[in-house]
Design a protein around this ligand. Structure first.
Ligand code: FAD
Length: 434
């Protein structure tokens, strides 16, 4: 590989790309990472606002379970995390449903789905619900949860993939959730800090446009967002970690047919996420909401909300995913935020005008409009079970794919899954060249 300018080009400096870069660098490879944005982290995007007691997460927020990929870093760098064991209050047509923990009802349906997934051919979550004997109420709630959590459409998402994810989650205490007290960016910062001389190994504002490749050799063309000029890099191989939605913007010559076919078999889900900081926690005036962690409602656009508990802060996050987000994808920011306020008004029983009066700041990132993401995260529709494996298979020892969508062990669509995929791609290269 020494005839090349670098041994490996890594495309994308999110959790997957940085993890791959770190592994290769430690193994003595000359690797260079090209990142389109002016920052690292990709779909981990924390904003620190000195006026907010809680970090503002525009992308990933929760640490799902106790995966080694995240907890090894948490422990070795003593990162502060909050344990989130909060109840979910249910609100329908603006009315609070007393004495019901939403999570318990959801758990019952999901356990039943896991059993059903083992029998017969794969089916969608909607098809499973249709055949199940749960109450209409439990079905509605479970559907809202599955679509919300997976950014998916119930009539598309595969129950077998959901069952595989649930099994994988069991192995890492996946029903526990945590938050980084100082923001998810601390995790990315620590991964990056573990790469010696990162400045020489990472080029930000560099959009990869084209990859010409043949066995053992690749030429990567990229455009600078600062000068608009193009440049090329010669490498022995390339790891592509861009999100599924952004893959189509890169021209490959020749086209890696199997990879593109696998990418088409997966769905890339959409999420609209609004973070609101208020002058005061007005919802706490309502006794039933004072201690709430999550608010699960039947509102059309932003049905799910959560507080920063156990941290006490006047901040609420509104979550709209899958079919709820569809109608907003191309709307301007102000309109989306106004729809979030309208739904929150009904949920909290507070006038819209009052909410707007108390609103001090709104934070929002449209991942659908973002050219380097074009969506939130991947999920497996019925018929797509083999796609992740296909994506993770190297092309002629030269093109490697990583990123959350390529994670094989039931942890896709998460940060720990993305890290695992980056390490896996680096290992594939190390094993080939051993
Ligand atoms: C709103 C939202 C909420 C989420 N919540 C959670 C959560 O609570 N917990 C959790 O575990 N996960 C969550 N996720 C998922 C998690 O953020 C992702 O799975 C993970 O961060 C993906 O990492 P990655 O490295 O695979 O991709 P990315 O982080 O997207 O990294 C890919 C990088 O490639 C770059 N890129 C794209 N195109 C090009 C190009 N042409 N040239 C060069 N660079 C390019 C991008 O700019 C990006 O930096 C959430 C995601 C979203 C969007």
């Amino acid at each position: 590989m020494s005839a090349h300018a670098v041994d490996v080009v890594v495309v994308g400096a999110g959790a997957a790309g940085l993890s791959a870069l770190k592994q290769l660098d430690r193994a003595g490879y000359k690797a260079l990472c090209l990142e389109a944005r002016g920052r690292i982290g990709g779909r981990v995007h924390t904003r620190i606002d000195p006026l907010s007691p809680a970090p503002i997460e525009l992308g990933a927020e929760f640490i799902h379970g106790r995966s080694p990929e995240i907890w090894d870093v948490v422990r070795s760098h003593e990162l502060r995390v909050h344990d989130i064991a909060e109840s979910a209050v249910r609100i329908e047509k603006g009315k609070i449903r007393q004495s019901e923990d939403g999570w318990e009802l959801i758990d019952e349906v999901i356990e039943d789905m896991r059993r059903a997934a083992k029998k017969g051919p794969d089916k969608s979550f909607s098809a499973f619900l249709e055949l199940s004997s749960h109450s209409e109420d439990a079905k509605r709630l479970a559907m809202s949860y599955v679509e919300g959590f997976n950014a998916a459409h119930g009539e598309l998402i595969s129950v077998r993939s959901l069952a595989q994810d649930a099994e994988a989650a069991d192995e890492i205490d996946g029903d526990r959730s945590f938050r980084f007290a100082d923001g998810y960016r601390r995790l990315i910062g620590e991964i990056a800090a573990g790469i010696d001389g990162l400045r020489e190994k990472l080029r930000v504002n560099s959009i990869v446009e084209r990859i010409d490749w043949s066995e053992g050799s690749a030429r990567v063309r990229f455009r600078s967002r600062v000068t608009n000029g193009t440049d090329t890099l010669q490498a022995g191989c390339v790891i592509v970690t861009v999100p599924l939605g952004a893959l189509g913007a890169i021209t490959f010559e020749p086209a890696p047919g199997e990879i593109l076919e696998a990418a088409r078999k997966l769905e890339f889900g959409q999420v609209m996420r609004a973070v609101f900081r208020f002058r005061e926690g007005f919802w706490e005036g309502r006794e039933e909401l004072a201690q709430a962690g999550f608010l699960l409602s039947d509102e059309e656009f932003f049905p799910t909300w959560w507080t920063t508990r156990p941290l006490h802060a006047p901040v609420l996050v509104g979550w709209s995913a899958g079919p709820h987000a569809d109608g907003m994808l191309d709307l301007p920011r102000a309109e989306i935020l106004s729809m979030a306020v309208a739904d929150l008004a009904r949920i909290s029983g507070t006038r819209k005008g009052r909410i707007n009066e108390l609103l001090e700041a709104a934070y929002f990132h449209n991942w659908h409009a973002d050219p380097f993401a074009r969506g939130a995260y991947s999920y497996v529709p019925v018929g797509g079970l083999s796609a992740r494996e296909q994506l993770a298979r190297p092309m002629k020892g030269t093109l490697y794919f990583a990123g959350e969508a390529t994670e094989l062990n039931g942890h896709s669509a998460t940060v720990h899954g993305a890290i695992a995929s980056g390490k896996r791609a680096a290992k594939q290269i190390l094993e080939r060249c051993r």
